[in-house]
Design a protein around this ligand. Structure first.
Ligand SMILES: *Cc1c(COP(=O)(O)O)cnc(C)c1O
Length: 833
């Protein structure tokens, strides 16, 4: 292999040939001079970031072009991952590690008086997503490249990604995010890749040359979709895949001669209005706001992606009937599901295929991943909105539905209500298109993201569709990339692991099982413990200028980091913290603990924002109290994002995964924390159940209601007041919050939160789980304090048994079972270097 392929990723400058260091140094200075127009004396830290990124990008480009050419040449089936979100984070470290140039880059920068870690901090976050769903998309592209699947992600080139969060007077304030302000050195603009995307207008019927009636969509306005490409190298950089992000451009130039002064201004205004489509990511996690601009974003990116996919297919193949054989399109949630009627429209109206053939191609090409069963998150769009913006698609959806329901009535003649329930159109309270039903009917496979979630799909909202298509729903439990979440985030622990079992685990995570015997080795336990301590100190140092007061690295670091949502129950965590505070005051023997919470609330989600305020108010009182502050600290870490996650994961002792059973589809934060050696305290929900199966239930702390219990209690009538009345500790905690103990200047501030738990019915059953949660917390604490050595042993066993949750294995499973392709470089092939 040529020497641009990765060599190693542990710095060992001594072994480096001078020539290589000088070569990288020359490239850096070359970019500085010719790309930025400066010499080393004038370069700012950001300049150094730009030139380092460009230098690393140069190394990727050749393999990238090779990969694309190879995919074309081999005629391999192409995989397209359509996702409205890609939560990528920073790329410099990831790309340096993938290309194996860490040592030489560090050495070359050192000669120039620069430090790679400091430079990496200059990179803005590519935060083109809200949370788990967007991060999954980013992990999958990394894994597809690593295992050699020729995959491509399609998304939107948002000018403004996820908002920045600052905490002011305890409250979340959203700061506009502007990651492109100083240019993105990783991306390539492709202005020549441009597709007009239509909105509005009307449909006309006409007869083609053969006298057949056809329909055609015309009029309205057009927006141009234009491409930006982001190369994503697999580990070892044998394959470099691509994320193609669509930006929006006005379709009309300005004809200066035609416009008088007033028209000119109006024309510019109109043009920038059409460009608003790619302006901003919707910051809602788990709710659908139903905004028109969001609807346009969905169609815009689905339509541009399909146009691009068909163009590439038609370069090689004449026969569209072969599309499912050569192309798989994965729909990440329902956001791209308008792709189903769009592909039908392209096949019928533009390529003149009859309905039956077009439909077969469609279903053979698409597969759909469901991410949530929460009713408020399930997308539906008003028929009236389709009528106005996508009239042809509405006709097609009606036709899909008519044929589908005919079939349903034919197969189940006695069941009059069945057609109403499975219809793509909801009739009440207004006519709306059910996007999940559309995606389900238009796909050959529909997957849930953890076994419990998939079972609940079959039994719950998709039960009727499951009866109609019994082979369609399959499970593919989520995974994470071990490159970012262990190798990059936790170099200390990674080095320790590699020193003992080699580095094969980085592309074959099952190899971590070789650590199991080491869990019984005292020396290894001591080394892992020291590494955890070091990670906690590192996090404390980083947090030092963000929060007041140092953290105690010998205390138990208890971590809950994820979007703020009632179903994830950060509030239950806070209730426990207050209870500990009370116990400390009562003189109980309570071990020192640092509770870290981080996460963003959707800007319109009042209750989530109220919970952030409560966390900060409670932190304020507890952290100031001289009687307790040495034993209990509550920290809200602001602006949770991928880079902050990379700092927190290695430092966690305890991972809180405490969602109401049946509500968290999978979770992936649970996997990141466990892979870094945190023990889990959690409910039997999402992927927690499968993590327990792998690591052993004795090595985590399960508590509380199961999904079945929750369902039964809901059915039989749940009354939180019964639980409050029988639990004085809970009643006391609720009273303190309600009486303004944590908001003395505004005693009523937190009353609405408490009312949601009492008179409000406690939808997420915190009161029912409170007692069991305390018990599990005590059990965890006992182990941590009384037998730290055994804690570490369990922590090592946890790490060793996380192989199942590598996204590499997950995408290989998708490849075989859903996409019908075989990976070209099995992960094992990477070890020859
Ligand atoms: C992994 C990740 C998530 C998902 O966390 P969950 O605990 O699974 O909800 C959200 N945000 C960021 C930044 C992440 O890295």
């Amino acid at each position: 292999m040529t020497d641009r392929r990765r060599r190693s990723d542990t710095p060992s400058a001594a072994a480096l040939p001078d020539r290589e260091v000088r070569d990288v140094q020359r490239r850096l200075l070359d970019h500085l001079k010719h790309g930025i127009g400066k010499d080393a004396g004038d370069a700012t830290p950001h300049d150094w970031y730009m030139v380092t990124a460009r230098t690393v990008r140069d190394l990727l480009v050749e393999t990238w072009i090779d990969s694309l050419r190879q995919a074309d040449h081999s005629d391999a089936k192409r995989i397209y991952y359509l996702s409205l979100e890609f939560l990528i984070g920073r790329s410099l470290k990831a790309n340096v590690l993938s290309t194996g140039v860490l040592d030489v880059t560090c050495a070359a920068l050192a000669v120039l008086g620069q430090d790679l870690d400091a430079i990496a901090e200059q990179e803005p976050e590519a935060a083109l997503g809200n949370g788990g769903l967007g991060r999954l998309a980013a992990c999958f592209i990394d894994s597809m490249a690593t295992v050699g699947i020729p995959g491509m992600g399609y998304g939107i080139h948002y000018h403004h990604g996820m908002f920045g969060q600052v905490i002011e007077n305890g409250e979340q304030r959203e700061m506009p995010e502007n990651w492109l302000a100083r240019g993105n050195p990783w991306e390539f603009a492709r202005p020549e890749v441009a597709y007009p995307i239509r909105f509005g207008g009307h449909t006309v019927e006409y007869r083609d040359q053969d006298g057949r009636p056809r329909r055609h969509w015309e009029g309205g306005e057009e927006v141009i979709a234009t491409a930006y490409d982001l190369p994503i190298p697999g580990f070892g950089a044998w394959t470099v895949n691509n994320i193609r992000l669509w930006d929006a451009k006005a379709s009309k130039g300005f004809d200066l001669a035609r416009f008088n002064r007033g028209d000119y201004i109006e024309a510019v205004r109109e043009a920038s209005a059409s460009e608003t489509i790619a302006q901003v990511l919707y910051p809602d996690d788990s709710t659908s706001q139903g905004k028109e601009l969001r609807f346009k974003q969905e169609y815009f990116f689905a339509a541009a992606s399909l146009r691009d996919i068909l163009r590439r297919f038609l370069k090689r193949h004449g026969d569209l009937a072969r599309l499912p054989e050569k192309v798989a399109v994965q729909l990440n949630d329902t956001h791209p599901s308008v792709a189903v009627p769009e592909l039908m429209r392209l096949l019928m109206d533009e390529h003149r295929l009859p309905w039956g053939e077009a439909w077969e191609i469609c279903v053979g090409t698409f597969a759909y991943t469901n991410h949530t069963l929460l009713p408020e998150a399930l997308e539906t769009w008003p028929v009236a909105l389709f009528e106005r913006l996508l009239p042809r698609h509405l006709e097609i959806i009606y036709e899909i539905n008519a044929r589908f329901l005919d079939d349903v009535r034919h197969r189940f003649p006695g069941e009059h209500d069945l057609a109403r329930r499975v219809s793509l159109i909801a009739e009440e309270p207004e006519k709306r298109v059910r996007m999940a039903h559309l995606a389900f009917v238009g796909s050959h496979k529909v997957n849930g993201v953890a076994r419990l979630h998939t079972d609940l799909m079959r039994a719950g909202i998709f039960s009727d569709l499951h009866r109609l298509f019994p082979d369609r729903i399959v499970n593919r439990t989520n995974g994470i990339t071990p490159r970012r979440w262990l190798n990059q985030a936790n170099p200390g622990l990674s080095g320790l692991i590699t020193a003992r079992i080699g580095e094969a685990w980085k592309t074959d995570l099952e190899r971590l099982r070789e650590l199991m015997p080491l869990a019984e080795e005292e020396g290894f336990r001591a080394a892992v413990m020291a590494e955890k301590r070091e990670a906690k100190e590192r996090l404390s140092r980083w947090l030092a200028h963000r929060i007041s007061g140092p953290l105690d690295p010998s205390s138990l670091f208890d971590v809950q980091v994820k979007r703020i949502h009632e179903y994830k129950r950060q509030l239950l965590n806070v209730l426990h913290v207050i209870h500990r505070y009370n116990r400390l005051w009562a003189g109980d023997d309570v071990a020192p603990r640092t509770v870290l919470i981080a996460g963003k609330a959707a800007p319109g989600y009042a209750m989530a924002k109220a919970i952030i305020r409560l966390i900060n108010d409670v932190a304020d009182v507890i952290n100031r109290d001289p009687a307790t502050r040495d034993a209990l600290k509550l920290v809200f870490v602001p602006d949770y994002n991928v880079s902050v996650a990379e700092r927190i994961m290695p430092a966690a002792d305890l991972s809180q995964q405490i969602s109401t059973a049946g509500t968290e589809a999978s979770g992936t934060g649970n996997m990141k924390l466990a892979l870094n050696g945190a023990l889990t305290i959690g409910t039997r929900d999402g992927a927690n159940i499968e993590i327990a199966e792998e690591v052993g239930e004795e090595n985590l702390f399960f508590f509380g209601l199961s999904a079945g219990d929750v369902e039964r209690m809901t059915r039989e009538g749940y009354d939180p007041k019964v639980f409050v009345a029988s639990n004085p500790a809970l009643a006391r905690v609720l009273d303190m919050i309600s009486d303004g103990y944590f908001s003395p200047s505004d005693p009523g501030r937190h009353r609405p939160i408490i009312e949601s738990l009492t008179s409000g019915g406690d939808r997420y059953m915190l009161c029912a789980d409170f007692a069991a949660y305390l018990e599990a917390q005590d059990k965890a604490e006992r182990l941590f304090v009384d037998d730290p050595d055994d804690w570490t042993r369990r922590s090592i066993l946890t790490i060793a048994r996380m192989g199942k949750f590598s996204a590499d294995g997950v995408v290989m499973d998708y490849a075989r079972e859903i996409w019908g392709v075989q990976p070209t470089h099995p992960a094992g092939a990477l070890h020859v270097a």
